[in-house]
Design a protein around this ligand. Structure first.
Ligand code: AMP
Length: 419
């Protein structure tokens, strides 16, 4: 099956051909005809499956016909959990829609609201938004939903994890009852099903899994090392292996800053990326990293999710995450699209519990390597694989660090003017 078999317009096929894509991915094969046919959709699909084009392409086609958008109105709304994801989705809308006369805009928190109000003045066919900022814009009369035809919730599970449920409910209450709904989520937990119940109408349910499991695609190694020797070890690994582009994860913003500084002092161009950084600083750090001006991007989990960096050759866990699933998210950053990936974790004796949780989740013990000169004084006990099924931790309502620079709605009353 080719894209040309999917009843997409010539303008869309041309944009797809410009990107060099010929064959639709499984999620695209299922989602595109369903959305074009006007059906609601519930799709279990992770990043990397081609889900963005799966909803963007049919959405663009549907909107090509129909009424002209009126001032401050929106015809399709795409909600995302983070500003990074919002920016990426908006980029896809622009790329696939480049031969169509449709208007689109993207709004998220952490940057000035005025330019966003201006962008919405004449109305837009497609608006990509994070929930908090969208509500602020609504309260300021900058956006109206009378003309809304389609709602897309992207990465709905992450939105719930981040405590956006109340904001989502508030947005849903503002939308016309008659509309098409597309719900994308990596997993369908009970909470997502509960949300879906009041949202989608006789949906087509689609589920796709990434091509390979992480463990098959990524070569994983741990270095047992003392905590106070980690910075020296990562510096040595970068230098000895001549890693040119490495994403390093830390548990805290403070450690991201500290390690970044340490690497800079050791002559390795580095930049921290976390929730306390302004949007401009994050965008610049990512652009510099992609361009090769920064060799090491030092990130916290939340800031790193949604970063659009494909096929990273090397990921380093400077500290293991508390939540084992985050380990899988982290190492999923390397070895995309069939390329072999490498993930290295520096593990000190204090992290024995976290390591056991990870090994239980991925159902394997990780290969250990000790580098001469870095033998730990505080010994990391040998792993004993716990074969009982891994029980996920309950997601917290509000994470300590919000990727979107937004707080959950219950704390939003004292919103800063910059939002
Ligand atoms: P996504 O899952 O939407 O984040 O997409 C993952 C990556 O796959 C993005 O870099 C897309 O540009 C790319 N992609 C999407 N659809 C296709 C396709 N049909 N063929 C090849 N690459 C694709």
């Amino acid at each position: 099956m080719q894209f040309t078999d999917l009843n997409l317009s010539a303008a869309l096929l041309k944009a797809i051909a410009d990107k060099g894509y010929t064959t639709p991915s499984p999620i695209q094969l299922q989602a595109i005809p369903a959305v074009l046919g006007g059906r609601d959709l519930m799709a279990a699909a992770q990043t990397g499956t081609g889900k963005t084009a799966g909803f963007t392409l049919p959405l663009l086609q549907l909107l090509t016909d129909g009424a002209k958008v009126q001032p401050n109105q929106v015809r399709a709304l795409i909600l995302t959990p983070t500003r990074e994801l919002a920016a990426q989705v908006a980029e896809s809308v622009a790329v696939y829609g480049k031969y169509l006369p449709l208007k689109s805009a993207v709004v998220f928190g952490g940057v000035k609201i005025n330019p966003q109000m201006m962008a919405l003045r004449r109305g837009v066919d497609i608006l990509v938004a994070t929930p908090g900022r969208l509500l602020d814009l609504y309260q300021q009369n900058a956006v109206r939903f009378t003309q809304l035809e389609v709602l897309v919730l992207d990465e709905a599970d992450r939105m719930l994890d981040m405590g956006f449920i109340n904001d989502i409910k508030k947005v849903l209450a503002l939308l016309p009852k008659k509309r098409q709904n597309l719900l994308f989520s990596a997993t369908f937990s009970d909470d997502i099903r509960k949300l879906a119940k009041g949202l989608v109408n006789d949906p087509l349910e689609v589920s796709v899994s990434p091509a390979n499991t992480t463990a098959e695609r990524v070569e994983q190694v741990i270095y047992p090392v003392d905590k106070n020797r980690k910075a020296a070890l990562v510096t040595k690994l970068i230098n000895d292996n001549k890693w040119q582009q490495v994403l390093i994860f830390t548990k805290t913003k403070h450690m991201a800053n500290k390690l970044s500084l340490h690497l800079e002092n050791a002559g390795i161009k580095a930049a921290p990326i976390h929730g306390n950084k302004s949007q401009n600083a994050r965008t610049k750090a990512l652009a510099d990293f992609k361009a090769g001006a920064v060799r090491a991007l030092v990130a916290t989990d939340i800031a790193a999710r949604g970063l659009d960096i494909d096929q990273l050759p090397q990921v380093v866990n400077f500290e293991l995450p508390n939540v084992a699933e985050d380990y899988v998210h982290r190492i999923g950053r390397t070895g995309r699209a069939g390329a072999a990936g490498h993930a290295v974790s520096l593990v000190c004796a204090d992290e024995t519990k976290e390591l056991a949780g990870i090994e239980r989740l991925i159902k394997q013990t990780l290969t250990r390597q000790v580098l001469a000169g870095f033998e730990p004084v505080n010994v990391l006990p040998e792993s004993k694989l716990n074969t009982k099924p891994y029980k996920p931790k309950k997601p917290k309502m509000a994470r300590p660090e919000h990727r979107d620079g937004q707080r959950p709605s219950q704390q939003r009353s004292a919103a800063k003017p910059s939002r």
